[in-house]
Design a binder for this molecule. Structure first.
Ligand SMILES: NC(=O)c1ccc[n+]([C@@H]2O[C@H](COP(=O)([O-])OP(=O)(O)OC[C@H]3O[C@@H](n4cnc5c(N)ncnc54)[C@H](O)[C@@H]3O)[C@@H](O)[C@H]2O)c1
Length: 251
């Protein structure tokens, strides 16, 4: 579906766009004709991501901490001002740490829930009213298959991502009748800087249990985000969690 103009005329705000899956979604959306507002904590990474987009892409960069409610509100307003609106919101910013529960301090738990779950609430809180007012939109929340099955040393991450999946279903029920379709993507392990910090033992065990026998690449996740934003491909999806996960979870 990428490479065609299925998102021509759409304006997308993508968080976590400086790296990994978010940057790949930005490339796929630009390739499909969308205008982009790229948001991330990392200004240098944002510049590299924006510079790598196809010539002629309408793109703005927004340095943003997704845990800061005021900053999220300002970024949403700036993106609407720059592009004339937001049709698609991709919540992709996230962090990952590995700590057994018996060693986890409350600050580590709180930080994970802030970055990986509360941020999704904040970005939706300030974007969805605009979508309702404009007659519709699409929200794509990047969760994780670990939110569906859990992962050792990852109680905080698994809880945050399960929260994203529950949030997605509830918001879909609340706003789909206004034309705002809300879905999640729950990738399996993907080769990005996010998983650099996981132990070699964790990665080896994980790779061995995957039916496909390998981790994915960001560009193998991005087409699912294109599908969910596209018309007609995504028109009947709402409240769903799609799983480009190497077979790790089968629903
Ligand atoms: N890589 C995987 O194996 C995997 C699997 C399932 C789900 N995911 C999810 O995919 C999403 C993207 O992860 P990735 O693998 O591309 O990781 P990544 O580290 O390559 O990218 C994450 C991006 O989020 C940004 N970010 C972190 N904290 C932020 C904050 N407070 N405000 C704004 N931006 C912030 C980082 O700067 C970075 O650019 C995450 O939500 C992650 O949980 C990743």
């Amino acid at each position: 579906m990428t490479g065609t103009s299925v998102l021509a005329g759409r304006r997308a705000l993508i968080t976590g766009a400086a790296s990994g899956i978010g940057a790949a979604i930005a490339r796929a959306y630009a390739g499909a004709g969308a205008a982009l507002a790229l948001a991330d904590l990392d200004p240098a990474g944002l510049a590299v991501a924006a510079d790598g987009l196809p010539e002629g892409t309408a793109v703005t960069r927004h340095v943003l901490d997704v845990t800061d409610a005021g900053a999220v509100q300002d970024t949403v307003a700036a993106a609407i001002e720059a592009h004339g609106g937001i049709d698609v919101l991709v919540n992709c910013a996230g962090i990952l740490t590995e700590v057994p529960l018996v060693e986890m301090d409350p600050a580590t738990w709180d930080r994970m829930l802030d970055v990986d779950l509360r941020s999704v609430f904040l970005c939706c809180r300030y974007t969805v009213p605009h979508m309702i007012e404009s007659g519709g939109g699409r929200v794509v929340n990047v969760a994780s298959q670990l939110g569906q099955k859990g992962g050792e040393g990852l109680t905080h991450y698994s809880a945050a991502k399960a929260g994203v999946i529950g949030f997605t279903k509830a918001l879909a029920r609340e706003v789909s009748r206004h034309g705002v379709l809300v879905n999640a993507i729950a990738p399996g392990p993907i080769e990005t800087p996010l998983i650099d910090g996981l132990s070699p033992e964790w990665k080896a065990a994980k790779g061995a249990e995957l039916p496909l026998g390998r981790f994915g690449r960001p560009e193998e996740v991005a087409p699912t985000a294109v599908l969910l934003a596209a018309d007609p491909a995504g028109n009947l999806y709402t409240g769903q969690t799609l799983g480009p996960n190497s077979g790790d979870v089968m629903l």
